[in-house]
Design a protein around this ligand. Structure first.
Ligand SMILES: Cc1ncc(COP(=O)(O)O)c(C=O)c1O
Length: 430
């Protein structure tokens, strides 16, 4: 019967289905994708191949710092690609030096290595820690429960989530996990082989959980006392997302202690918003450790290439020109207040809103009756409902919805997003 049915005419075969079909046939199915194929964007809005528009509060998972189709990024790419696209790291070019200088200026005394993604940036700080501890036989890096540090073999070994490790054993040795925001647990877990402690300033994939000021300051003290590197993964929470360049600067800004004023980690991984959609990653190493990786110790063909650096420099310029750090803080505070008010008004669906700047999370209640019939996680079901309402957001774990929009999201767009989220919450609580 099935074989004799005619192929449906083009009008009823929507564009999405043919794209999905080509993925099904040709793309390795390592992602569980939503049923949306996007075609174009403008600012914080995107449109799918069937012409349906969405307000995008996922921002390509914290990547699209200037929003979609930024004319500034386009101009930077066009101008640089007309001059020189790629030279390799066998030679110097001005842009890599300039970008490194700006990142050092935003963080503190040290140096920068450039790569192409967050996973490579964390790999770089793992190698920094290995080199640091090598001559004393120290190699172990402690990471936090619920962390996420990328999908390379070392990245999944560092990531304290069983689901990313499963099926890839044996893992890279030398990573152990400790509870987040628990200084005593980190101290108790140290061994003679420990070389470093690595945390995210705000855990992203783990459900939008900021480190406390006490934890950051306590880890710094512990690392100084035991001669360990304190490493931070700023891939998702960095680049002004919290309202300051790095999350630790925001977390510690109201702490008047001298320790807070001089706080610096020893290494920071960066990516995502650094390139606003053009692939680039980087890691910064604090001055005493900045020359640990000497000639031949690490490398990348594309890392710090001209196009990536031209875009990253333009993004930093626009963030300053358009006061986007202040915007991320103000619009983020506004959206957090809106989400908290929704949590208060729809307690049978929403448990809590939390986060810093434009890195916000909305935790769902357990056992939402409307979700009971499906085996999909509550966060996926809630995000699907948001899609129906015209809003893109990102699940984190089984019960948190993440909002990681462009840094230039307007207050009106944040209010519109809150209205769409409310429509979903109200429907689910009725
Ligand atoms: C905190 C953190 N570290 C590392 C990574 C890996 O980055 P990438 O996917 O660019 O390799 C991610 C990606 O989501 C991340 O959130």
């Amino acid at each position: 019967m099935k074989n004799i049915l005619p192929t449906p005419p083009a009008v009823v075969r929507n564009e999405f289905q043919s794209i999905q079909e080509s993925f099904r046939k040709n793309v390795i199915p390592s992602y569980a994708r939503f049923d949306i194929a996007l075609e174009r964007g403008q600012g914080s809005r995107v449109w799918d191949v069937n012409g349906r528009g969405y307000l995008d509060l996922g921002g390509g998972i914290a990547v699209c710092a200037l929003g979609h189709a930024s004319p500034d990024i386009t101009a930077a790419l066009v101008a640089q690609s007309g001059k020189l696209c790629h030279i390799s790291n066998l030679y110097y070019h001005a842009l890599q030096g300039l970008l490194a200088e700006q990142l050092v200026g935003l963080i503190g005394p040290g140096k920068v290595f450039f790569c192409n993604s967050g996973g490579e940036a964390t790999e770089g700080i793992f190698k920094l820690a290995r080199k640091f501890g090598h001559d004393q036989g120290r190699y172990e890096i402690l990471t936090a429960e619920n962390s996420f540090h990328g999908r390379t073999l070392a990245g999944i070994s560092a990531t304290a989530q069983a689901k990313v490790k499963k099926g890839f054993e044996p893992l890279v040795p030398g990573f152990r996990h400790v509870p987040f925001n628990n200084l005593a647990a980190a101290r108790d877990a140290l061994s003679p082989a420990t070389a470093a402690i690595l945390i995210e300033g705000v855990q992203g994939e783990g459900g939008i959980t900021p480190a406390t000021p006490e934890y950051l300051l306590g880890l710094r003290q512990l690392c100084d006392e035991k001669n360990l590197l304190l490493l931070m993964d700023g891939v998702q929470c960095g680049h002004f997302r919290t309202g300051r360049f790095q999350s630790f600067q925001r977390i510690l800004e109201n702490d008047a202690s001298p320790e807070a004023a001089k706080f610096l980690p020893d290494g920071i991984a960066m990516a995502k918003s650094l390139g606003g959609g053009f692939p680039i990653g980087a890691f910064w190493a604090r001055a005493p450790y900045a020359d640990l990786l000497g000639p031949g110790a690490h490398g990348s063909t594309f890392g710090g290439g001209l196009l990536a650096c031209a875009v990253a420099l333009k993004i930093l310029e626009v963030i300053e020109r358009d006061h986007l750090a202040a915007n991320a803080r103000a619009v983020g505070d506004f959206l957090l207040a809106q989400l908290s008010s929704l949590a208060a008004r729809y307690p049978s669906v929403l448990r809590e809103a939390r986060g810093l700047g434009l890195m916000l999370g909305l935790e769902l209640r357990e056992n939402i009756p409307a979700f009971a019939a499906s085996d999909k996680s509550p966060s996926i079901q809630f995000v699907n409902a948001l899609h129906q309402a015209g809003l893109l957001a990102i699940p984190a774990g089984s019960r948190v919805i993440r909002f990681l929009p462009p840094l230039n999201l307007s207050r009106a767009e944040a209010a519109e997003a809150a209205g769409l989220i409310e429509s979903v919450a109200a429907h689910l609580s009725s």
